[in-house]
Design a protein around this ligand. Sequence first.
Ligand code: CTP
Ligand code: MG
Length: 177
Amino acid sequence: MFAASEIIRLVLFILPSYFANSTPVLLGGGKPLDFGRKWSDGNRIFGDGKTIRGFFAGALAGLLIGSLEALILPYTPYALYATTADYAIAGLLLGLGTMLGDLFGSFIKRRQGIARGKPSILTDQLMFLAVALVLVYPLAVPLLTLWAVIFLFVLTYFVHSGANVIANRLGLKKVPW
Ligand code: CTP
Ligand code: MG
């Protein structure tokens, strides 16, 4: 189905999103994005796990990784985009999409009455990827075939699960999800 080189290219493509998703665990904190406000159902809009600093740190991490890729990948067999600017723009879109998807995921969790930090596969692991892919899609049309998208969702499920277990063992996260 996939050549090894295509898999490498897809992993490199999605890397800004993974960095965006994990950066807030390290650099987040401070004021929550909803400023403590509640929705009409009495639950928080997003909750204390979604902070302003975490959001911007995540989006910028995407930009940073995309920019680093711009310096390297055009000179390898794994070029992703036509111009160097596209790497940075794609990185930013992936970072922004990841953080918006993460936020939307928490919004849905709060509406379902799921407490902050409790697991929910669909919203925790897959929502950020879905929104990131939608935002970056215009730049990544040739890469994002149906099989590539399916591969990325499966990969993300396993990477996210594994990363959270590791973050938990390292003491960065209280819970292994
Ligand atoms: N984080 C942050 N700002 C964000 C996203 C995440 O500061 N915009 C930090 C928070 O410290 C958060 C941690 O990263 O606790 C892990 O993120 P996540 O698992 O997405 O949040 P949860 O605390 O599990 O909250 P939720 O139930 O809303 O997903
Ligand atoms: Mg969580």
